[in-house]
Write a protein that binds this ligand. Structure first.
Ligand SMILES: *Cc1c(COP(=O)(O)O)cnc(C)c1O
Length: 372
């Protein structure tokens, strides 16, 4: 049982802590055929495209499921069966893209980078120049496995110079880190309801250049994952193909209203950056150091080196911090012992200060010595 009389705050990369207003939006039932609901879907899609400034070129195709479903749908729909995809790999979500391409039977080339180093646009450009058979690049923007930021604008420019298509997993960055489709050539951006938009999990979406989507008819290996079919059906009927996640959609609509009221992308970015700075400073006071160099750190999730010494054990640490009302996240690195703390969700620097207090008290109670 939790020792505090509220839901624990989620310091994770999703699901996230959401506002009361977002949760309250789910206290109604909606019919999938009803114009009231379909108007909300259309409004959500319109706002999502506008966040990335894609109104003149891109359309939004929503899809049921977690974020990975939409990544898989984007790859399966946009990459032709004889296409070939270059995947710059500096972490777990890049590796997941490679795994998806394996399942889909699409040819893939991995371009490896160290997990603490951003993907290098020059190396990507050289790999494309060396292999004209590559049709697409699939790039993760913020690699949530570590929290590293990849230089998307430079990568997009390199891919465009080489005349290839770019599919971006912007799951953990969309709506918090600026992506401007007017100036950054991107074929498709994939994200989801339950990350920086602060909705609840259950739907993803792909913001895709309309001409590329139109050209993708018949590519997809799967009916449920076919974004072209989903889009066509929605255009024709205003409805979702198959049962929509109604409560998730209305919660996202409420979350988008709060996003606009907060001040949109700049305000959301500023709040997360302040959370991240407060977290890194506070943890430094406890002797805990981030895994990444500060210049590579996105203000989304921070990987910390675990304390050294025999008294530290993640499970015990996790459970004690949870009992104080905060959910941390395990590390995803194989070589180094780490844990992660998210900066996103309906959280402020006051919440981050309480997290630091809980972590400090827990480490003292566990008798874990940290240098500092
Ligand atoms: C969260 C996330 C996903 C999707 O994960 P799901 O568990 O399927 O929601 C994909 N890519 C990145 C970079 C993410 O952070």
């Amino acid at each position: 049982m939790y020792a505090v009389d509220r839901d624990p705050l989620l310091l994770t990369p999703g699901p996230l802590t959401t506002s009361l207003r977002t949760k309250q939006a789910m206290l109604h039932d909606w019919g999938s055929w009803d114009a009231g609901f379909n108007t909300i879907t259309a409004d959500v899609c319109r706002q999502l495209v506008a966040i990335a400034h894609g109104e003149d070129s891109h359309v939004c195709v929503p899809l049921q499921g977690s974020g990975t479903f939409s990544v898989e749908a984007a790859l399966g729909t946009l990459v032709p069966r004889h296409g070939k995809v270059l995947v710059p790999n500096n972490g777990a979500y890049c590796a997941r893209i490679l795994k998806i391409l394996g399942y889909l039977g699409r040819e893939a080339v991995e371009l490896r980078f160290a997990e603490d180093q951003p993907a290098d646009p020059a190396a990507i450009e050289a790999a494309l120049a060396a292999d004209p058979a590559i049709t697409h690049v699939a790039q993760v923007h913020c690699e949530t496995g570590t929290g590293i930021l990849n230089p998307l604008a430079e990568i997009a420019a390199a891919v465009a110079r080489q005349g290839r298509e770019l599919i971006v997993d912007a799951m953990s960055s969309f709506a918090a880190l600026d992506i401007d489709l007017r100036t950054t050539p991107i074929t498709a951006l994939v994200a989801a309801s339950g990350k920086c938009l602060e909705g609840v999990p259950g739907m993803g979406f792909v913001i895709v250049r309309q001409s590329a989507l139109e050209a993708a008819a018949g590519n997809c290996h799967s009916l449920a994952m076919d974004l072209h079919d989903q889009w066509q059906y929605m255009q024709k009927t205003t409805q979702w193909r198959f049962t929509p996640p109604t409560h998730v959609v209305v919660a996202l609509h409420a979350a988008l209203a709060q996003y606009a009221e907060e001040g949109g992308l700049n305000a959301r970015h500023a709040r997360y950056a302040a959370n991240c700075a407060a977290l890194v400073d506070g943890m430094a006071g406890l002797g805990l150091k981030p895994f990444l160099a500060p210049e590579h750190q996105a203000p989304i999730i921070v990987t910390f080196h675990a304390p050294s010494g025999p008294n530290y054990d993640f499970k015990t640490f996790y459970a004690a911090v949870r009992d104080k009302g905060f959910i941390l996240y395990p590390g995803k690195l194989t070589e180094v012992d780490t844990f992660r703390v998210g900066c996103i969700g309906a959280l402020t620097t006051q919440d981050m200060a309480k997290v630091i207090d809980a972590v400090g008290a827990t480490l003292r109670a566990m008798n874990v010595a940290v240098d500092g």
